[in-house]
Design a protein around this ligand. Structure first.
Ligand SMILES: Cc1cc2nc3c(=O)[nH]c(=O)nc-3n(C[C@H](O)[C@H](O)[C@H](O)COP(=O)(O)O)c2cc1C
Length: 212
């Protein structure tokens, strides 16, 4: 799968088939996560692989009681050890820690997609319960849960932001023109419409000539 189609066809999946993920594939997915960009090359992400049914139930309760969480064959608890980042970058290190972990999560989900494995990133609202059960030290942040498994059925594409409404040119709120070369698809669509218009017009003219 090429990168762009991988990015566009990945969906958050919340219904998983029962079968497990082969450990070799799982480690390839985590290895891809480990190749994410990291501020100062300081690799703060940490992964806990959870397969135990009891722990999965605890994680689902700690994730806004979302029942489907416990149904995922594998849950990766993504954590962050931001000590080195804070030492190097001070307060900014806290933001970089989140950004690094998020980049790793995205790599993880895209790599999973390459292996036809579905994923869903889930937030947590009861951090303490996870910390105690999974023996996560106090100085480690818990970033989120990545559910991994084989999808039961294809997911629908949720609505996406309108790129031309969220992209500005040079300065904030200077909206980009729809026909800008930055929107190749839009340009292709517009030129196709123009082509159809021209064809219709020329057909009308020919018909008018024949009539007269
Ligand atoms: C930070 C973050 C937290 C999320 N938490 C949840 C969650 O707790 N439960 C859930 O079902 N989906 C969660 N999602 C997934 C989003 O709902 C999903 O990405 C969004 O609907 C867009 O769908 P897509 O991923 O299929 O493009 C989360 C996504 C992000 C980025």
């Amino acid at each position: 799968m090429d990168i762009l189609s991988g990015i566009k066809t990945r969906r958050s999946i919340r219904e998983f088939a029962k079968h497990d993920i082969d450990d070799k594939i799982l480690f390839k997915i985590l290895d891809a996560a480990n190749y994410a960009p990291a501020a100062g090359s300081l690799y703060n992400w940490r992964f806990i692989i959870v397969k135990n049914p009891e722990d999965k139930i605890l994680l689902s309760e700690a994730s806004y009681d979302q029942e489907f969480v416990s149904q995922a064959p594998v849950i990766i608890v993504v954590c962050s050890d931001s000590i080195a980042l804070k030492r190097e970058f001070g307060k900014n290190g806290e933001i970089y820690a989140i950004q690094n972990a998020t980049a790793a999560i995205q790599n993880m989900m895209l790599a999973a997609h390459e292996f036809n494995i579905a994923s869903c990133l889930c937030g947590i609202d009861k951090e303490k319960a996870i910390r105690i059960s999974l023996k996560i030290p106090e100085h480690i942040d818990i970033c989120g849960l990545v559910l991994l498994g084989y999808s039961k059925r294809p997911a629908k594409m949720p609505s996406k932001a309108n790129l031309s409404a969220i992209t500005f040119f040079d300065t904030w709120d200077n909206k980009i023109k729809k026909s800008s070369p930055l929107f190749p698809l839009m340009s292709a669509f517009e030129s196709a419409v123009e082509k159809i218009k021209r064809k219709t017009l020329s057909k009308r003219r020919t018909r008018a000539k024949i009539k007269s």
